[in-house]
Write a new protein. Sequence first.
Length: 517
Amino acid sequence: MLRTDLIDTVPQLLSRQAARLGNKTAFEDAGGRLSYADLDATTACLAGHLQRLGLERSQTAALMLPNGIAWVQACLSIVRAGAAAVPISHDATQGEVAYRLADADCRTLFVTRERAALAKAAMAEIGRDIPLVIVERGEGVATGEAFAALLASDPGEAPRDDLSIEAPAFVVYTSGTTGRAKGVLLSQHSMLWVNAACWAPIAGLGEDDFVYSPLPLFHSYALNLSVLSIVASGASEFIAERFSTSETVKALRSGRFTMLPGVPTMFHYLLQDSAVGGGERFPGLRLCVSAGAIMPAKLNTEFEGRFGVPLLDGYGITETSTMVTMNWSTGARVMGSCGLPLPAVATRIVDPVTGADVERGGEGELIVRGPNVMLGYLNKPAETAAALRDGWYRTGDLARSDRDGFLTITGRLKELIIRGGQNIAPAEVEEAILTFEGVSDCAVVGMPHPHLGEEPVVFVVPAPGGVVAESDVIEHCRTKLSSYKVPKAVHLVAEIPRTGSGKIMRFRLRETLSTPA
């Protein structure tokens, strides 16, 4: 059931929740808490200051802050000033910061003291001086407006609070797993529609929930669920600065938290933590949800068996304001699948070349249409036209659908390994390898071959204390996969490089492979 009553502009949601919930905790971090009344007041104050400092309607302002209450305040205040927020990772490199500031034409930047020098260097690189709002944290010399001082002073003007619900409100840069990041234009409507169609009706997110969120807020998944949907639903949330297995376990053992969002890697670490007993139960925890990367069926089953709490997997991407599909806690589930399409979202699986729908059960490119689809890519009309055709967004992800409509993501078109004319989806090979005892994590990539074009190779992370032999992994694959899908080589590594949202950065692994003579 769609909860369209939860869709509104940010200022309207804040005003409503401040009036209804008052002193109820909206967000909490290691440094303190913020009530709904305070969230409404502080974002109005910051928005007024941004306007006073020259931020105009429909311009952009960036925030390069660590996870925390200040991140939420900065982001929402930008929207209340009638501008679009551009989240940047607090750990971004100078080049990444410079690219985003220039590409999005940012007019203001929220940054910590410790990262201010890097921000200044990025501005020098693009030949622009952008006003800074400095959040006191760490050491360093920084000139700009002090975040705390702004909150403590009267801006002299009210927030505009007039950004259209359909206008660009967020410019979220893609993970960049296959190329240079693109700025995805998302509206308040598209983002909050996901809460109305997914988090509220399927995950049951509501006022009684206290969420523990270790997700990086600059990603669309966290911006959607851990910021906007919290405000819309009236829930409370603790924002962890970053994911820590021990800190997450400690928090869940406290009994305060009802819901844990994460990515598959986080749930894998919780499962592997030697300090967590075999029959551990976290009091109060009713649900875990996962997105950002493919959830192996083995991981999902073992996690639920260990902790006795549902772990619902879903599929989402930045260009669709996050979620497209989700598993429900009620009814049947297909482990390893990413669930059913959300209400009012249309999905098709088509031949990547002809665009014709494939037969049920066949593999093809997943395309999506619905209220959650992006407005387009910032400053990239050609890329927008290629991705959005007749209202359908071409995801670039390969998928299959069973007879009941459950979707399984099998890989990416650009990640597809083509060996002698036969297609190999890395995710299928990875799923098989993860069933091998002693393998903690793995990733499959294509290695150039002079005759076959490509051959699959696998990078394997052994389980703690485990010993993995290359020959045993290959022999295991022979029992699970067709011969052409069996990896040519096995490379043992300490970890698999992933983005903050959990996606495998295969290009990093490819860089370690040399092209055969």
